[in-house]
Each structure stands twice: as C-alpha cells, then as structure tokens.
Design a binder for this molecule. Sequence first.
Ligand code: F6P
Length: 341
Amino acid sequence: MKIGVLTGGGDCAGLNAVIRAVVKRAEDCGFQVIGVKYGWAGLIDADAVPLSYTDVLEILDTGGTILKTSRTNPLKNPADAEKVLANVKKLGIDALVAIGGEDTLGVAHKLAAKGLKVVGVPKTIDNDLSSTDVTLGFDSAVNVSMDMIDRIRTTAASHDRVIVVEVMGRHAGWIAIQAGLAAGADLVLIPEHPFDLDEVCQHVKKAVDAKGSGVVVVAEGATMKTSPGAISKESGVDEFGHVRLGGVGEFLADEIEKRTGLETRSVTLGHFVRGGSPSAFDRVLATRFGVAAVDLVKEGKFDMMVSLRGTRIVPVKLVEAVAKLKTVDDALFNAVRTFFE
Ligand code: F6P
C-alpha cells in the first residue's frame, strides 16, 4: 500500500504535524508514503517525493507545510483532472490523504466520483467547514490574533485612539468573534451580520466616552447593510473564483475618523496568523487527524473526512462536509452580542 499525502489551499499552523502523523501511522501499518508537492498541482505535474519517518521527525511544531501548497484547481480544465488520475497511477498511489479546506476537499470529493481513493483532513484558519466542530489551524490563528489584539488594545489606550483590526475570514467570522471576545474588543463585525456605519460610529463613541480608546475587530469579508458587496482594495480572483479580500479595516478606520472626529488607525493581521508554530490544541488535533486518516485508508473507507465531534475523532462523508459552509451561528452571536452593543 502506498499512500499519497498533499496539502492544498491557504496554509495554516499544524499541517506539518498532520504529515508527520500520517507518515508515522503508515509506517507502523507497513505502508509507504509519498508526499505530493504543491497540492493538486503536484498531481497534474507528477511532482512528489517519498517520505519516511526520519524526514518528518522534527516537524511537529513547525509552521507552513514541507510539501508546499497552491490554490490550483484541477477541475477547471478537464485535461488536468485526467492528468491527476493518470499520475496517481503512475506514482503508484493506492490512496490519497488530502489535507485542505472547502476547495481542496471539494475537488477530492469530485475526484472520488471518478475513482480516486481519497480521505480528507479538514484544515483552515477560517473554521468554516461543516461536519467538524473545528478545523485544524483555527485554534492557532485565534490565539495569535488574540495576542495581537491584546497588544493593540494597550497602544490604543496609551494614545486615546481607535484602532480597527482586520482579520481573515472570507465567509465566516469565526476568527473575528473568538479572538475579539478573547481580547476584549469593543466591537466585532463579521460577514454573517452586515454592519451599519452610523451604528458602528455610535458604538465606537460610547467605548471612547467610557475609557478613552476603542478597538474594533472586523473580518475581511464583512459587508455593509446598504451595499452587500465585499469591501476590498485588492483585485483578481483565484482558480476557485474567490475574489482577493483586504481593505475593509482601512475603509472603516477612514469612515470612523471622518464621521466622529476621533483619531482612528487600522491594522491588518492577514497572513501573520496563518504562519508560525501550532498551538498545543492544534498539534494534538493534527496528530489525531493524521492517525485517523491512515486508519480510514486501512479500513478501505474512502470519500470520507476525519472530523472532531466533541472529544472524539469520527469519520464523516466528504459530500456532507463540503455541501455547506459553517458560519457563525446565531446561538454564539446572540450569547455574546451584549459585549458589542
Ligand atoms: O482560506 C483561508 C484564507 O485565510 C481566507 O480567509 C483568505 O481570504 C484567504 O485564505 C487568503 O489567502 P491567500 O492570500 O493566501 O490566497
């Protein structure tokens, strides 16, 4: 049995820990592992390297992915999808472990219908995949964001300023709401609840009246009630059709300053929170996910994804995991909105 492993889409902390666990469990089962480079691009180009446990001994705590990643969509061009299937054969891959988010795992599910034996591992800092309580990389991203917002709060307080902090979160505001709450932000704006500029300004003034400064956390995908489109100063789309985001924080800071007269700055955390060492939670989750993925391969259960449900790792159908994005639920939002009103 030869298992291929790849990482696709945006990187996050904990990817190397999964690769390490896949290799370790596979070797224990007597299987070989081959690392596919640059996500699906590596299967279009047959770019892969054998991996043994000695190659992954020291990567538990390292950021990024030793296999590299890309946002290549092999389903954009039918010839590429055929190349993927042909190269899987050529490389002698009997089963593939695909570590990714909605795009990478959406492709995995579609290729499973064409005969690819694939198991998914859910990762994304955005935490927006269904069928799992949490995705790999989210906890690390929340902790880094919390630390940065804590630091921003003290400088905002020293200068009696308002600071808007933009964090990633295209369709879902999980990082914004969790990190904002954990760091005691005055207001959190998420894609699930479009905002009104007058209300934002009123809220900021209230915070500044009370303590002299204010911190607003905004997810990059947050929109205004009056115009539902993304507020981005970037242009271009990726191979999955996602527009590049970034700029809503700067836009808000300008509007707040113009409308309230309060000195307002903006900071974008962006890719900072994807990099670096995984949290303890993510190291453990990655290890459990990697082991469970190999176990599914061993049991011959494909077109499945490993997931965390409560404290247990359970297999779920890939089709269900990618059917619908998991956004911030009203129960969480309503429970915490008292801090942001
Ligand atoms: O998919 C995760 C994510 O972090 C999104 O929140 C963000 O919009 C996107 O990646 C940006 O990725 P990149 O700039 O690497 O293409």
